[in-house]
Ligand binder design. Structure first.
Ligand SMILES: Nc1ncnc2c1ncn2[C@@H]1O[C@H](COP(=O)(O)OP(=O)(O)OP(=O)(O)O)[C@@H](O)[C@H]1O
Ligand SMILES: [Mg+2]
Length: 249
């Protein structure tokens, strides 16, 4: 089982869009896939038409004796399950802190799912916290959406330094370009700097209203516009990620 976290310090950069579309592509690829919506906003749950509610909330879920599997919902997509968000996840830091070795708790919770799933995606809220630390300890790969602007690149630097400090040994940090608008000079310049960085995945997700429409369709792009440019870009991102994880293809 490979765990992929989609996280960065910055908000509104396309984390949830990536987590939802990649989880869908992973499932379509035949991998048994789980998407865990760790954001109290519950956007990923919304996209899959699942109520953002977990019985007993984050506090109960983090207990050693509480299994995650009974909290999982099936989605309309074969091979894709969802562990929904809960508003109590806003207190996840406090809830984690009540346990010994809180930074290892999410990895511990995921361990029993290793037989059930090939790939688990974690859609994370944009904060730097104990919860993010626990996420980085649980993940094999960290996907970092970067909008090609100066501030986002600065954010990536902070993410890399935090991941080095607290992440699992061997954690793959994989930035990719998100919401790219090549008509903007600033984006084109920042894209050049990203290319020079050398660490970016090649796929770049364009800024496109068809992605925003996920909120109207309440479905991943593949369900309503599988051949649009953005869907192709997510498909390329998935192929690259799969290759980096070494999980077939
Ligand atoms: N490639 C894209 N092109 C255009 N709009 C996009 C794209 N990706 C995401 N969006 C829109 O931008 C907004 C933020 O996207 P998303 O929720 O994926 O970001 P996020 O990083 O998960 O945000 P948060 O930090 O709040 O969790 C949403 O309204 C979404 O529809
Ligand atoms: Mg999000």
């Amino acid at each position: 089982m490979k765990v992929v976290a989609v996280w960065t310090i910055k908000g509104g950069v396309g984390k949830t869009a990536a987590a939802v579309n990649l989880a869908c592509l992973s499932a379509l690829d035949g991998q048994r896939t789980l998407l865990w919506d760790l954001d109290p906003q519950g956007a990923a749950s919304f996209y899959f038409r699942v109520k953002a509610k977990v019985k007993g909330g984050g506090r109960k879920l983090l207990k050693r004796s509480a299994a995650l599997q009974p909290l999982v919902h099936a989605t309309d997509i074969e091979n894709l399950d969802l562990l929904p968000a809960d508003f109590s996840y806003r207190l996840l830091d406090l809830q984690l802190d009540a346990h010994k070795a809180p930074e290892r708790r999410l990895a511990l919770k995921l361990e029993p799912l290793a037989e059930e799933y090939d790939t688990v995606f974690l859609d994370c809220p944009p904060s730097v916290s104990l919860a993010s630390e626990s996420v980085l300890r649980a993940a094999d790969a960290l996907l970092v959406p970067v909008i090609p602007t100066t501030l986002s690149l600065r954010g990536l630097k902070q993410v890399r330094s935090f991941a080095r400090k607290v992440g699992r040994r061997g954690l793959l940090v994989l930035p990719f370009l998100s919401m790219v608008d090549r008509r903007k000079t600033m984006h084109r310049e920042a894209i050049e700097r990203c290319a020079a960085d050398g660490g970016f995945l090649a796929a770049a997700i364009p800024s496109a209203s068809v992605v925003e429409k996920m909120g109207v369709h309440r479905a991943p792009l593949n369900a309503y516009a599988p051949s649009c440019e953005a869907a192709q870009a997510f498909a390329e991102l998935w192929r690259e990620l799969r290759a980096r994880l070494g999980t077939g293809g």
